[in-house]
Design a binder for this molecule. Structure first.
Ligand code: NAP
Ligand code: 3JN
Length: 358
């Protein structure tokens, strides 16, 4: 560490991720000498608390970054595309939470438990990218498995909470859930027909955020559809795994939005070059950084969003051998998407930066 304190800017400070970044900086006692909270002009005049004191939210401009050491960006890809280069030019190291720079060969893409050494490359553009939340938790869980048995192929299905879409999505799910729960007067003695026809009234509902109702529903649609039939969220998992862990690994992903608040869950299947028993895998996982192994199904102990939300670790459980192939494992992986999936991972990157580089 070359300084006692660093001037830190949080871009998108009023958002779900930005808010959590402020909290994580505070909770981890990151050495902040001055905090600069930036958002759109709409938020000018608002105040946010950091270490018990009110700080004004200021409008992000091209000139926001004079004297700023570290910029934590989470205001969307187009905002990063436009403003991160101004920050970098002013000497600020950007840790960007959006997809915009992730696959840029000159920008390191980092999960501290997986490839911390990649940070060295930050000097090329003064920008470091934070991966997608679904990639981060999957790779935290798979790093020890890959090191021990070399993963050849991953098949993953995600169950992603609405907080991954931001504040408006949380509100949309809550409003829809309330409306439906209040409208349906049903008890188990009524038979299913009444419930079925009541639910039909909510088949189409006015939505602002998602293309369909999210309350009591699963949507196999996150981010936009691409020409190959996959969504961009699915392809982010494919592309980012190659860049962070190993380009030789084949990845097939299905990403699904489910009506949970915080925490993404993933069913992860891997095929490995050499055999790992479930017991060996559990032993490795129990010793790996950032992981809490929670795997005693007989006692109903397996990862849940209720247990992972608000926690720094990635929970792994239901570890079992895949009986359909020679060398394969299945597991259930849950992590807080706003914490480890975004804000915490970004602050961990900043911690390595100040410890080793600036
Ligand atoms: P959110 O709750 O909707 O917040 C958006 C934030 O961006 C707000 O602070 C907003 O400020 C700010 N913003 C919007 N337009 C702006 C502008 N023109 N200039 C400056 N600030 C502007 O969204 P979120 O869930 O926090 O997500 C924000 C971004 O983080 C996403 O778009 C995504 O790129 C990234 N993200 C990454 C992950 C991940 O997987 N690593 C997960 C979630 C999100 P106002 O309040 O003033 O409008
Ligand atoms: O949907 C989720 O659960 C995670 C959302 C991530 C996200 C949302 C909007 C834009 C991203 C991201 O980080 O990949 C982006 C983006 O920057 O493309």
């Amino acid at each position: 560490m070359k300084k006692d304190g660093y001037k830190v800017a949080v871009v998108g400070a009023t958002g779900a991720v930005g808010n959590m970044m402020i909290k994580v900086l505070e909770q981890r006692s990151f050495p902040v000498s001055e905090i600069l909270l930036l958002a759109s002009g709409r938020s000018s005049g608002r105040k946010l608390k950091f270490k018990g004191e009110d700080h004004p939210v200021q409008e992000l401009t091209e000139n926001s970054f004079a004297g700023v050491d570290i910029g934590l960006f989470s205001a969307g890809g187009s905002i990063s595309a436009k403003f991160a280069p101004y920050a970098a030019q002013a000497g600020c190291v950007v840790v960007d939470n959006t997809a915009h720079f992730r696959m840029d060969p000159e920008v390191p893409l980092v999960v501290p438990e997986v490839n911390p050494e990649a940070i060295t490359q930050y000097t090329v553009r003064n920008i470091i990218a934070n991966p997608n939340c679904s990639t981060i938790q999957m790779l935290v869980a798979l790093k020890p498995i890959h090191d021990a048995a070399k993963i050849k192929r991953i098949v993953v299905s995600t169950y992603q909470s609405v907080s991954g879409t931001g504040k408006d999505a949380i509100e949309e799910m809550l409003n829809q859930s309330r409306e439906i729960a209040q409208a349906i007067q049903w008890s188990k003695d009524d038979g299913l027909d009444g419930l079925w026809s009541s639910l039909r009234n909510f088949r189409t509902m006015k939505t602002n955020v998602y293309p369909h109702r999210i309350a009591y529903e699963c949507l196999p649609h996150i981010d936009v559809f691409l020409d190959n039939g996959y969504t961009k969220e699915e392809m982010k998992m494919v592309w980012e795994t190659g860049k962070i862990l190993d380009p030789a690994i084949k990845v097939s992903a299905t990403t699904v939005r489910v009506p949970t608040f915080f925490g993404h869950s993933e069913s992860v299947n891997v095929e490995t070059e050499t055999k790992l028993t479930a017991a060996q895998a559990k032993d490795l996982l129990s010793k790996a950084p950032g992981i809490r192994l929670w795997d005693d199904p007989v006692k109903n102990q397996y990862p849940l969003t209720a247990l992972a939300a608000g926690e720094d670790f990635t929970m792994v459980g239901r570890v079992r051998e895949d009986t359909s192939v020679e060398n394969g494992l299945n597991m259930w992986v849950v992590s807080d998407n706003i914490l480890k999936g975004a804000a915490l991972n970004a602050v961990q990157i900043a911690e390595i930066l100040i410890e080793k580089y600036i």
